[in-house]
Design a protein around this ligand. Structure first.
Ligand SMILES: [Zn+2]
Length: 328
């Protein structure tokens, strides 16, 4: 398997995936471009408007998706749910929140790392009626390419020129000093060449956005609407966001979990892009317990479009109950 093939075979949702080396473009790709419907889903959260925008989708091989899985059991679940037993597909659901006076993007899509299946965010945003220049804030859940790649263009210009950008300080500091040793408890340790290529790219983006960068205050709400909770494991600074307005609450869980049918019943199976598989599994279970107890509406970046639903307890683990809609 050549290098290009190897790199493109790695899981990306977490991190690796098909980083198309040498083909860096933030422009909208053709995937799904013919179909102009369903690029965004609009909901009300109290006084706020939520638009879930699609950036496309990712794929990972079923044999490498969940590093601690029993592969036979994993394939059995896929087959029983009428899914491909070869590939696990992951949506790219990017929430955009409109308040009275701000337009706030939660994560920024694949952007400069986009391939033929991703990079649709700006088009989806336009379809929802917004331009990049209107975005006032970008709240990053973590610094993996499918979340941070959309904040800069191939010339290193800011894609959202008027936006403040937020990230957890833990996350920023981790990537600025990351070495291969930080991935000893990750499936990514088997891909050192990929990590050596990828880490400097993330550092470059973080350096480029530094003048715009702010760190989350985990003790104080932002704009009276957002509160933040650290969920370390997938990355050290993965940040979950609770959005409250009136009687409504939504929790954006970003990359806490990457599959509805596989990881809710088996949070311990882990994900190929997890930085620390043990910590990620522990955090995943703890947070799913919290979400189950709160019975709160959840938005997840990689669960099937549009990634909205509830976590519920089942047997000794959990299940995902997707929100159903009567109109697109
Ligand atoms: Zn992701």
């Amino acid at each position: 398997m050549n290098r290009r093939k190897m790199l493109s075979g790695i899981a990306l949702a977490g991190l690796a995936a098909s980083l198309p080396v040498g083909k860096l473009s933030a422009t909208t790709k053709e995937a799904g471009a013919k179909d102009s419907a369903g690029r965004f889903k609009k909901l009300k959260i109290g006084d706020l408007e939520l638009f879930v925008l699609t950036d496309g989708f990712l794929q990972d091989k079923s044999t490498s998706f969940a590093p601690h899985a029993d592969i036979d059991a994993l394939k059995e679940i896929l087959a029983a749910n009428f899914r491909s037993t070869e590939q696990v597909e992951m949506a790219m659901n990017v929430p955009l929140i409109k308040t009275k006076d701000r337009l706030i993007l939660l994560d920024a899509g694949m952007g400069v790392f986009a391939d033929g299946n991703t990079g649709l965010l700006l088009k989806s945003m336009k379809d929802a009626g917004f331009a990049a220049g209107q975005v006032t804030d970008v709240l990053l859940s973590h610094a993996h390419p499918d979340h941070i790649g959309g904040v800069v263009d191939p010339q290193n210009n800011l894609v959202f020129p008027n936006a403040k950008i937020f990230i957890a300080k833990t996350e920023h500091d981790f990537w600025m000093q990351a070495t291969l040793a930080d991935f000893n408890n990750s499936a990514l340790k088997k891909e050192p060449e990929f990590l050596k290529m990828f880490i400097p790219k993330v550092q470059n983006i973080l350096t480029t956005i530094k003048p715009r960068l702010n760190y989350y205050d985990f003790d104080k709400p932002l704009y009276d609407t957002f509160s933040f909770q650290l969920a370390p494991g997938h990355t050290p600074g993965l940040t979950l966001m609770k959005i409250s307005s009136g009687a409504d609450t939504l929790v954006y869980i970003a990359d806490l979990i990457h599959s509805d049918i596989l990881l809710f019943p088996h949070p311990e199976w882990g994900f190929s892009g997890d930085t620390d598989l043990t910590l990620a599994a522990k955090t995943r279970r703890r947070m799913l317990e919290q979400l189950t107890a709160e019975r709160v509406l959840v938005c997840a970046y990689h669960l099937p479009w549009p990634g909205l639903g509830h976590a519920r307890g089942k047997d000794t683990a959990f299940e995902w109950v997707p929100q159903v809609y009567m109109t697109p």
